[in-house]
Design a protein around this ligand. Structure first.
Ligand code: GLU
Length: 504
């Protein structure tokens, strides 16, 4: 058997997600169990959303989780480059091969045409949205359009009939009618590959033997199976793992839960406990053991013990596991040192001094003033969260709007927070000082006064501050998915005030 080679292929388009660590762990465990290689590849072909800072955060977050890789953009290896934006010539070359062999074609559909096609198919209740109108253009017609400079994408010729059949090593045999699959875009009009093309070409060239990824990619797999076939590559073994689910039974989402790995680091979880918990979400150890080391799972790993359905991301369980690690692995005499490593240290305390210098009558008041920096959950209070008697629902909407405003440029510095809060005051037509600031204060600190708001926000950090907003929204009664969708549209149209009026 070939040497086992597995990979994770995160896209650097946001905060380092717990799902990335979850997937990395199973790939790492599988690789180590089989004495194979574990590769980290950065899939940054979405140029508009990828950022170097997000890529660095992936490394940082995985390293904090004690996850290391054998090959990757930062450590090199024999199959590089490991960053897709540095491999675009390779994808173009492979795409050209498919064009030359008549297995792919240039599609000149305009945005308007595509929109019309989508509308028609949804009316007809079809699963596909593209009617393949450019699939059989003559060579002359293609040349003419190209000479006129018409932009085009390259699409894969998906069979018109029959079914795609393949075996998933966890789920067993799977099949899907080809008629349900659109002629997939391989190369975008900017010359960049889509995920599907780049992913398959790279998995082949990097000699990946097993593709271990989350269930959310299942719908892409038939397209990949077809790509392996048309290229004449041997496909890897596919293993799709159950998704991490939120308490609503839906895919864990940052709308409802803290999903950034940094949130767990900054909230004082031990990395060993965090990764133990994550593996437990997708795997059951023999004798239902729940607390174990990564070496133990590497030793006994058996894919049959991977769960087939989604795994609830149960924070209470995480807390329990973390406590087991504190009791069993941190000696009493080392506890203070660990707490200092976490937050009770010179660097962090010095950050707080300018905030409390003029605000304490005695040293004894320091903790009272600053307690919210040190705790994970603050007690909420409806009265404080609803200044000037605005309704709980309005408060929840305002907090959600501020989150959206901050997420837009993903900038959480002092000025952006202040700007977002002022923007919210305008959008909802409420007083900035008496309503917005008070609401923000209550959400972050659980009190009506304390150190300066915006500085506190920055020190608390984006992930913990975000989590507090989400908790406050929940405390205020939450915003259902349906309401959230309506609100998002109105928010984007600048009509927050109208919504509040309609609902009151
Ligand atoms: N770039 C994809 C992601 O963001 C990779 C999925 C896969 O593993 O194929 O997770």
């Amino acid at each position: 058997m070939d040497k086992v080679r597995v990979r994770i292929a995160p896209s650097p388009t946001g905060d380092p997600h717990v799902g990335t660590a979850y997937m990395a762990l199973f790939n790492l465990i599988f690789a180590r169990h089989h004495k194979g290689d574990f590769i980290l590849r950065i899939e940054d072909t979405d140029q508009s959303r990828s950022k170097a800072e997000y890529e660095q955060n992936i490394y940082k977050a995985l390293k904090w989780s004690n996850i290391s890789w054998d090959e990757g953009p930062d450590v090199g290896g024999s199959y590089g480059p490991y960053r897709q934006s540095e491999r675009t010539d390779i994808y173009r070359e492979y795409c050209q091969k498919l064009l030359d062999e008549g297995k792919a074609y240039k599609c000149f559909a305009t945005a308007e045409e595509l929109q019309e096609m989508r509308e028609l198919s949804s009316k007809l209740g079809k699963r596909t949205g593209y009617d393949r109108r450019y699939r059989n253009l003559s060579t002359e017609e293609i040349a003419k359009r190209e000479n006129e400079g018409q932009p085009y994408v390259v699409r894969l010729k998906v069979p018109l009939t029959g079914t795609c059949e393949y075996i998933d090593a966890i789920k067993g045999p799977l099949s899907c009618p080809w008629a349900d699959i659109d002629d997939q875009i391989l190369l975008k009009s900017d010359g960049f590959p889509t995920y599907h093309l780049a992913n398959v070409v790279d998995d082949h060239l990097m000699k990946i033997t097993h593709v271990i990824r989350g269930d959310e990619w299942l719908s892409s797999t038939p397209k990949h199976v077809l790509l392996y076939e048309v290229f004449g590559f041997t496909p890897p073994t596919f293993m799709h793992l159950p998704l991490l689910l939120g308490s609503d039974g839906k895919k864990l989402s940052k709308r409802k839960n803290p999903t950034s790995i940094f949130y767990y680091r900054d909230s004082g979880y031990l990395p060993e406990a965090f990764i133990n918990f994550l593996t437990l979400m997708g795997y059951s150890m023999q004798e239902d053991k729940e607390v174990y080391s990564i070496d133990e799972i590497i030793k006994e790993f058996d894919p049959k013990r991977i769960g087939v359905s989604g795994a609830f991301f149960d924070v209470k369980k995480l807390d329990w596991i973390n406590q087991q690690y504190i009791i069993n692995t941190v000696k009493e005499e080392d506890l203070w040192e660990r707490l200092q490593e976490w937050i009770y240290n010179e660097t962090f305390m010095q950050k707080l001094m300018p905030l409390c210098h003029t605000r304490i009558k005695t040293f004894g008041e320091f903790m009272d003033l600053c307690h919210f920096f040190f705790v994970n959950k603050i007690p909420h209070n409806t009265q404080l969260l609803c200044p000037k008697k605005i309704t709980p629902q309005t408060s929840a909407y305002i907090l959600q709007a501020i989150l959206w405003l901050l997420e837009k440029d993903d900038n959480w510095d002092r000025d952006s927070i202040e700007k977002a809060s002022r923007n919210a005051a305008e959008l909802f037509e409420v007083n900035h000082k008496n309503i917005i600031i008070k609401l923000l204060f209550a959400s972050l600190t659980g009190k009506h006064q304390g150190p300066p708001l915006f500085d506190s926000f920055v020190i608390l950090g984006k992930d913990r501050a975000r989590a507090r907003f989400l908790e406050a929204i929940e405390f205020l009664g939450g915003i259902s998915n349906k309401k959230l969708a309506t609100f998002k549209k109105l928010f984007e149209a600048g009509q927050c005030k109208e919504l509040v009026e309609k609902e009151s």
